[in-house]
Design a protein around this ligand. Structure first.
Ligand code: ADP
Ligand code: MG
Length: 701
């Protein structure tokens, strides 16, 4: 009966009624009583303490101060400009600002009257300020509030206008608790409850809405965060093993002539230990008769391509075809050239398919592909099209996976009745925690070592004032036989202004580096792919020394003789882009340089990005900072980021909880794959419930 109660429509809760129910549904997606119970406060007003102004330390924290306004004045002569108030606790003072509703504030505040203000501290020009604080007249009632953490629920203008505010939320939720007293069903098992000394589910939900003190609040938060991570991870592991039971993978148990010949006679370097380890993991998958779904992460330049090629050769040795898909034509072309060259002594057919493949060639290619005449197909998105069919695709590799969506991965799946083994590769190092929560359905391999002899790229920040020096340095490098990239921002390839920047830049560089002494190439998204190939080829052959380009060279391009990467307007690039671009140099044994050109004045976030770039070459560290700056959702495509809309957990701050819950979930599925054991009964129930109600979970392929 109690389960039914929670699942009943929100309008039956005392205090709601049909109108408010409509509002709650449309504005907050709260449909049932259960939804409301799981609508958590997004912060708590800590009215347990009154601060002295001299005690203020951390910006971004919320504080409560007793004091009085000594004056109110406008930021400039205009009446709409910001209103500033000087607020003092009789010892120190702090500035309070309003950007909206100034007139009303001006009217309602009385100078020198005692108020309690509550708000978030900011640091502006080295002074603490608070914008738009909550303000109450100080009387003894304020004192009574002491000892309380007051929950604050997120609301919208529309809601508060119609009386759906904090006070109402508190009332409604307390009504829920009155109804079902103390008997909310558990949803984990005894082992987990004991291991983390969890409070009961009832206590957790009560504690999150009405915390008596910080200790109870943090216990409640722990439990609810744990639950949230745990059930997502459980879902991943459950789906994984289900998939493995359903689809038998192709068995590649042979290491045959193609692999051996290439490995022993044509590979002109020794694999790093990390590459060997990853190859072993892939071979284990191949030998297991279970379809592989593996994510290969490795920083730029760590040598993922050779792993892709060797894996493809294994597929071919076992009688299958392989394909490698890249996000740009330039990269696809590079892979093709590289593989074609690597296999020149080996009797295999490699072909390339992109959007600009001529119809006539395409038809021949499609025919050959279907008849199994082509062993390795390299291509772009064009490969996903339905008309592209294989005779027997055994292995599909997606390079720079972050440029594709989940959907595209599943398109490759469908190229056969038995899905091919899938290897997705990415150099945008996704923070491990993020990888765990988003790619939880993939097994992860990591290349955590660069080929020997690489020196870290030296990275510096420069402004226009240093331009002559920068050019002088470029000339020296070219004299030594090295090559140089100069990259201009081009966020969308069609943007006119960016195009102009590029062309202006090209011109001024042409003036600085006269044609008698230097050859300069140019590369951008508006060029035909023939022209792009031509320019790339000339650069590769060192016929041009300087490549002026947009971000079309961002991913994957590999020209080891290039040692200088100049990024213009670096403040306009995101971190992962900067890191990717820098990854174009430092690929040979010569010391390489990355010069980040910026304006004199840049935003704080831009400063942080440039800073971390100059401090480290470690892609994982950079990814962590990126995630902190942008929030996890923005690091990935839309569908995937849906998985990251956690209600309470936070993959940055709650990494440890994520790790624990993941291990626990894994173990449970290992011991009880179908969740049939009695001790997992509650888990199974909750699992089914979420499965039925969550839209996002359906995206987990
Ligand atoms: P990424 O991981 O960024 O895709 P690539 O596969 O393009 O990196 O490899 C970068 C460069 O390193 C290539 O020139 C490749 O031939 C070279 N390389 C790869 N593995 C090794 C190795 N074990 N020893 C020496 N050079 C290697
Ligand atoms: Mg690559």
């Amino acid at each position: 009966m109690k389960d039914n109660y929670l699942q009943s429509s929100i309008e039956y809760l005392k205090g709601v009624g049909p109108n408010r129910a409509e509002l709650l549904k449309s504005e907050l997606n709260i449909h049932t009583i259960y939804d409301l119970l799981n609508f958590f406060p997004f912060r708590y007003v800590d009215k347990t303490k009154f601060y002295k102004i001299c005690e203020l330390k951390n910006t971004k924290s919320y504080v409560q101060i007793i004091g009085r306004f000594t004056e109110l004045k406008y930021g400039s002569s205009s009446r709409n400009s910001r209103l500033m108030g000087n607020f003092t606790d009789n010892v120190d003072s702090i500035e309070i600002v309003w950007f909206k509703g100034q007139k009303w504030i001006e009217k309602s505040i009385q100078i020198n009257k005692q108020y309690v203000i509550y708000g978030k501290i900011n640091n502006y020009n080295n002074r603490f300020t608070i914008a738009h604080p909550e303000i109450e007249i100080f009387d003894n009632k304020n004192k009574k509030n002491q000892g309380n953490l007051i929950p604050v629920y997120s609301s919208s203008e529309n809601l508060s206008k119609r009386g759906v505010n904090n006070k109402l939320f508190r009332e409604l939720i307390s009504n829920i608790f009155k109804e079902f007293k103390n008997n909310l069903k558990e949803n984990l098992n005894r082992h987990i409850n004991e291991k983390y000394e969890l409070i009961t589910r009832y206590q957790a939900l009560y504690g999150i809405h009405f915390p008596k003190n910080l200790i109870i609040l943090s216990k409640a938060q722990f439990r609810l965060k744990y639950e949230e991570f745990f059930f997502l991870q459980l879902q991943f592991f459950y789906k994984n093993q289900e998939k493995k039971n359903k689809f038998k993978g192709f068995l590649f148990n042979k290491v045959g002539e193609f692999f051996n010949k290439f490995y022993h006679e044509n590979l002109n370097f020794e694999l790093t230990n990390a590459q060997k380890k990853v190859l072993k993991e892939i071979r284990n998958d191949f030998a297991s008769e279970v379809q592989m779904n593996r994510l290969l992460q490795g920083d730029v330049g760590s040598g993922k391509t050779i792993v892709a090629l060797l894996s493809s050769l294994l597929a071919i040795d076992n009688g299958f075809q392989a394909c490698i898909v890249a996000p740009t034509e330039i990269l696809a072309q590079q892979h093709f050239n590289n593989i074609f060259e690597s296999l020149r002594n080996i009797d295999l057919k490699v072909k390339i398919l992109t959007g600009s493949t001529k119809n006539k060639d395409r038809n021949i290619l499609l025919e050959e592909l279907k008849r199994g005449k082509i062993n390795i197909l390299v291509g772009t998105h064009a490969v996903f099209e339905d008309r592209v069919t294989f005779k027997n695709l055994g292995l599909a590799i997606i390079d720079e996976q972050h440029r594709f969506g989940v959907k595209q991965r599943s398109k490759l799946w469908k190229k056969n009745i038995t899905p091919p083994h899938i290897l997705v590769m990415t150099a945008t190092p996704i923070p491990r925690t993020l990888a765990m929560s988003v790619y939880g359905d993939l097994d992860i391999s990591i290349i955590d070592e660069l080929p020997p002899g690489r020196n870290p790229v030296k990275t510096v920040k420069r402004t226009d004032a240093n331009r002559l020096k920068v050019f002088k340095f470029v000339k020296e490098q070219i004299k030594e036989g090295r090559q140089v990239y100069i990259v201009y921002p081009l966020i969308e390839e069609s943007k006119k202004m960016d195009y102009k920047d590029l062309m202006d830049g090209f011109e001024s560089i042409s003036r600085e580096f006269p044609i008698e002494d230097y050859q300069i190439g140019i590369l951008h998204g508006r060029m035909k792919s023939k022209e792009k190939d031509f320019e790339m080829k000339r650069f590769k052959e060192n016929k041009t020394q300087i490549m002026v380009s947009t971000t079309v060279i961002e991913v994957g391009v590999n020209i080891p003789n290039a040692t200088v990467m100049i990024i213009e307007s670096a403040e306009r690039f995101g971190l992962s882009q900067l890191h990717q671009l820098r990854g174009r140099v430092g690929r040979g044994s010569e010391t390489s340089y990355c010069i980040l050109m910026t304006k004199n004045q840049i935003s704080n976030d831009a400063k942080k990005r440039i800073d971390i770039m100059t401090k480290t070459n470690d892609g994982f560290k950079i990814a962590e900072v990126d995630m902190e700056l942008r929030g996890p959702g923005n690091l990935l495509g839309t569908q995937q980021s849906g998985l990251l809309n956690f209600k309470i957990a936070d993959i940055i701050n709650d990494k440890e909880i994520l790790k624990h819950s993941r291990n626990d979930a894994k173990l449970i599925i290992k011991n009880d794959p179908e969740l049939k054991n009695l001790e997992n009964k509650e888990i199974k129930k909750e699992f089914n419930r979420i499965n039925e109600t969550s839209i996002v979970w359906k995206f987990i392929s």
